[in-house]
Design a protein around this ligand. Structure first.
Ligand SMILES: [Zn+2]
Length: 218
């Protein structure tokens, strides 16, 4: 059986569909010694192996996490992939970067965006992200590289989430040719391909989840 480590995001990362806190996260980017890492701390807090197999506390205290590491949890027939970020070994942020759905219909259980502009962005039944600032072309490119999910908002539709590679094709074919500059609020639809354009903004929630939101104007 392969070895791995356990991870405890704090605050907990809830399931995007039902909102329940996912208690068990496993990953293979750390030392893979059945260690338990906790967000906000550097050294592991526990090692879940029999006492005669444990490393000494002094050794354990040196087993720090890399700057980026992946952990996987599951709920509602879905695999939830979270990326942790650490600075000097201390785990500071946790962000959902991918969802593997066994039932694609679950995607439609996301809340509907009823009236613009977006004032609060529900990440799941528990957490709401706050708007930080409008962003432009270069910010979107760096968000693509750092795996930040994209959300598309169109009045009357559910918020449409994009993770991983799905974000690249959305960006290239749909959004890049129609992105309003970060400092522009003047919307002249006739100037944009097919008469539609997007305003992009960066949002965040406690615990480290970041999102790029694209609001559609048409
Ligand atoms: Zn769930």
């Amino acid at each position: 059986m392969g070895m791995f480590d356990w991870y405890t995001p704090l605050p907990p990362v809830p399931c995007p569909w039902c909102g329940r806190a996912i208690s068990e996260w496993q990953g293979k980017d750390g030392p893979c010694a059945m260690l338990v890492y906790e967000q906000g701390r550097a050294a592991p807090v526990e090692q879940r192996v029999s006492a005669d197999c444990q490393v000494s506390i002094q050794n354990r205290d040196t087993m720090l996490l890399p700057s980026h590491f992946r952990m996987i949890g599951s709920c509602c027939s879905s695999e939830i992939h979270v990326e942790g970020e650490s600075v000097d070994g201390v785990w500071l942020n946790s962000m959902i970067v991918d969802l593997k759905l066994n039932e694609s219909s679950l995607r439609r259980r996301r809340p509907v965006f009823t009236c613009g502009p977006v004032k609060s962005l529900p990440l799941d039944p528990v957490r709401v992200a706050r708007k930080e600032r409008r962003v432009g072309h270069d910010d979107v490119l760096s968000a693509l590289q750092s795996k930040v999910p994209f959300v598309l908002a169109n009045v009357g539709d559910p918020f449409d989430w994009y993770y991983g590679d799905a974000r690249h094709s959305l960006w290239r074919s749909e959004i890049k040719p129609r992105l309003l500059p970060a400092n522009s609020d003047a919307i002249y639809l006739e100037n944009w391909p097919d008469g539609r354009c997007y305003a992009a903004s960066q949002w965040s929630a406690t615990g480290g989840q970041r999102v790029i939101l694209f609001e559609l104007y048409h």
